[in-house]
Design a protein around this ligand. Structure first.
Ligand SMILES: CC(C)(COP(=O)(O)OP(=O)(O)OC[C@H]1O[C@@H](n2cnc3c(N)ncnc32)[C@H](O)[C@@H]1OP(=O)(O)O)[C@@H](O)C(=O)NCCC(=O)NCCS
Length: 183
């Protein structure tokens, strides 16, 4: 069984979750709105990808590309004048990939009311070398109970991603073998 942050002889040494945890903060302006006048979901997704990319780069010590983004959930609308905080951390590491968990909080820029969570997302980043090929990443070492729970949940998502990808590939291969054609 794979255990948390288990190292093999060729793996780089582990790094604690806290070492690369990052917050990106941004005030929303009129340039960020959709037709309803609230902030466009794509603006938030870009900030999420930016923060997650910074965390993946810090953890892996070099370039990392977005391989997938899943479970992006928008809980509340974000408004012009909101100060948005995008909090990201590496939840889990594989050989060359990392799951990054992101929470998005918003508060009025000029009020001292508590920030509320408006969105969350999980992304997979793959560390790449100068030729764009996957390279090994240090195992993340979850230290707090919260980080250990997030590692375990990320492992479940990883299993589901792989199973889904395999099932879809098998279906397509089967349809192709049966001579099914599409327009
Ligand atoms: C991500 C990428 C480097 C993977 O390359 P690849 O040749 O398929 O490499 P592999 O199949 O060996 O996968 C490498 C790792 O990425 C993971 N991975 C690859 N595709 C994935 C996907 N769609 N979802 C989740 N993880 C994925 C693999 O599980 C593997 O993880 P592991 O090493 O921890 O076990 C390649 O697909 C790529 O360059 N994609 C474009 C990335 C990009 O440009 N992003 C920005 C978009 S604008």
């Amino acid at each position: 069984m794979t255990t948390q942050a288990q190292a093999t002889p060729h793996e780089p040494p582990g790094k604690p979750t806290a070492a690369s945890r990052t917050t990106l903060s941004h005030i929303m302006t009129g340039n960020d709105t959709n037709l309803l006048g609230t902030v466009h979901g794509g603006v938030i997704m870009k900030l999420v990808d930016d923060a997650a990319g910074a965390v993946a780069g810090r953890h892996s010590g070099g370039p990392a590309v977005t391989a997938s983004m899943d479970e992006m959930v928008f809980l509340e609308p974000v408004r012009v004048g909101d100060l948005v905080h995008v909090k990201a951390q590496v939840n889990w590491t594989g050989r060359s990939s990392m799951e990054v968990g992101v929470r998005v909080l918003a508060e009025r820029w000029n009020e001292s009311t508590p920030a509320t969570q408006v969105a969350s997302a999980y992304l997979v980043f793959t560390a790449v070398d100068e030729n764009g090929r996957p390279r090994p990443v240090p195992p993340v070492v979850p230290e707090s109970e919260r980080d250990k729970r997030r590692w375990q949940e990320a492992q479940i998502r990883r299993t589901h991603r792989l199973a889904r990808r395999r099932a879809i590939k098998e279906l397509r291969d089967r349809r192709a073998a049966e001579g099914m054609t599409e327009d």
